[in-house]
Design a protein around this ligand. Sequence first.
Ligand SMILES: C[S@@+](CC[C@H](N)C(=O)[O-])C[C@H]1O[C@@H](n2cnc3c(N)ncnc32)[C@H](O)[C@@H]1O
Length: 344
Amino acid sequence: MEPSVSLHDLRAVYDPEMHVAMLRDGSRHRFYGQCLLMHPELKGQVAIDVGAGTGIMSAMAVLQGKLGKVHAVEALPEVCRLIPRVLEATLEPEDRDKVEVHCGFVEEVLDKQPNGWPQHVQLIISEWLGIMGLNEGMVRPLLHCRDAFDPKPHMLPGLLRIWVQPCEGDGRCGPAVIRSEQLRGTPQLVLEADLNTCSLEDLFVTCTVQLGASGLVGWFDLQCCAEHQLVLSTSPHAAATHWAQCWLPFGERLDGAARLRLRLAPQSTGLPELCVELTPPPGAPLRGMRFFLDRGVVERFGGEDGEDAQGGAKRRRTEDIEARYFPSDIAELLSLAKAAVRDV
Ligand SMILES: C[S@@+](CC[C@H](N)C(=O)[O-])C[C@H]1O[C@@H](n2cnc3c(N)ncnc32)[C@H](O)[C@@H]1O
């Protein structure tokens, strides 16, 4: 399968600052580390870390999961070069060889089957999540990798849930920290998917939601697996994570029911973005709205004034050169990685 994005698209998101933000997210590491501890049957088995980044999940798969071999696959060469440094900072010398780095898009690595590439894999560990879970579209290569193996490997995390709730707020569409007092109504489940079995199409659902405020807030939960109830919640009530929540502003108070649809929208530069589309029921005086979560654009459609859009034009790096990791960036990443594996 051809990768659906380029290195250029990945660099628009995954720069040194983003990797630092991810490595600062203690809730994230505690969740992945504790999930691994809940699966002692994986001891000595083979794993793939899809989108390994700096290699933190690969290190935890060896340290907490006691996996025998971890294939760390990362597309960006400048990030791949950090992985041995992170392994050196987090693992004992005898464990470092348990992680093998494959630099490339996972789609291409699966096609090329490089030397040492496994025919059987018991675990896929991956932190592939964007805003409201599905932003950035990394779930596509993730499920492609899962389906390349027979039997399918166990997925960590195993379950994904996406929620919305009516909410008051201001500011443009996109990531926001929402306080409890802004919330109205109750949380509404938009999607519940078992990543061990779902198809890509299963994730992009349509459902009915109740409005009742000047916007919606969206977030996601991850659950370790069906058997283990451990959850990483990114809800407004949970401990802060680097994802925060996602604010979807209407620009006015709206009430009643609406159809909510999730879909992935390609971008000319950057990763595919999650589009949340709200359509009022037939006969309702509301206009429809599309929220594009990466650019922060809100499009209104179906009213007397036709289509209009607000927000957008997020600043993007346009150069197609490797991001530069300065020694101070690397020192910070290594110290955060050490703390992350100790903190489980
Ligand atoms: C959300 S980050 C997670 C990084 C790391 N696993 C962590 O937890 O800190 C996703 C990583 O996947 C990489 N990536 C995205 N799509 C990929 C693909 N198709 N193949 C390989 N790597 C990919 C990105 O470059 C990025 O480093």
